[in-house]
Design a protein. Structure first.
Length: 203
């Protein structure tokens, strides 16, 4: 069951919460791979992502969560917390993203909170076009990924594909690949059906 709240520029923070099939310990380990975590967001098109060492990173690309997409070029630090992790951005409208992990009856609960505390309230109206509105979609896609991860992560070829092929793709390329894969599955099924009909009719 998802519990999500849409981000609004007038607030100091926006948050979204999801249930996951992973244990709290497994989810924490998963979230420490920050590049994978951020690349799952379908509203971010990355042109660069680099590790700067000492839990610091830089990333650049385009955020398509607004009606008019905007470019981003940010560096940030990641710190571990007793109940999750926090991403602190060096610049930009968003000051931090906190991922809070809790035990749940089945699996765990992940709450993602984007804080917009860097700018005074009176200055935020001038930067509405730079607000990241991808939080809800990111949480939704992250939940889907974690369900698949729980089911398939022990399968080596799946892990290789997701890490080496799927992860570097832009969101549009992922959608196209998904459609093509389903078309291929349907074609194979139709060929098999045709072969079965031929066998029944002419054996």
């Amino acid at each position: 069951m998802n519990e999500m709240v849409n981000p609004t520029a007038a607030e100091d923070a926006a948050w979204a919460a999801i249930n996951t099939p992973l244990s709290a310990e497994q989810l924490r380990e998963f979230c420490l791979d920050v590049e994978r975590l951020l690349r799952i967001n379908p509203m971010l098109e990355f042109s660069a992502f680099k590790s700067l060492g000492d839990n610091r990173y830089s990333m650049a690309g385009r955020n398509i969560s607004q009606e008019i997409p905007f470019e981003f070029d940010l560096s940030f630090a990641v710190k571990e917390l007793p109940d999750g992790i926090q991403i602190d951005y060096d610049s930009g409208v968003k000051s931090s993203t906190r991922l809070t992990i809790e035990d749940a009856l089945q699996g765990s609960k992940l709450t993602i909170t984007d804080a917009y505390e860097r700018l005074p309230a009176e200055d935020r109206e001038q930067h509405l076009k730079e607000v990241d509105r991808s939080l809800v979609r990111w949480a939704e896609y992250l939940q889907r990924y974690l369900v698949s991860w729980q089911r398939w992560h022990r399968f080596g070829p799946w892990r290789w594909y997701m890490r080496r092929v799927w992860q570097p793709m832009k969101p549009m390329a992922r959608r196209i690949t998904y459609i093509l894969l389903w078309i291929s599955v349907v074609e194979v099924a139709l060929i098999a059906l045709g072969a079965a009909i031929w066998y029944v009719e002419y054996r």
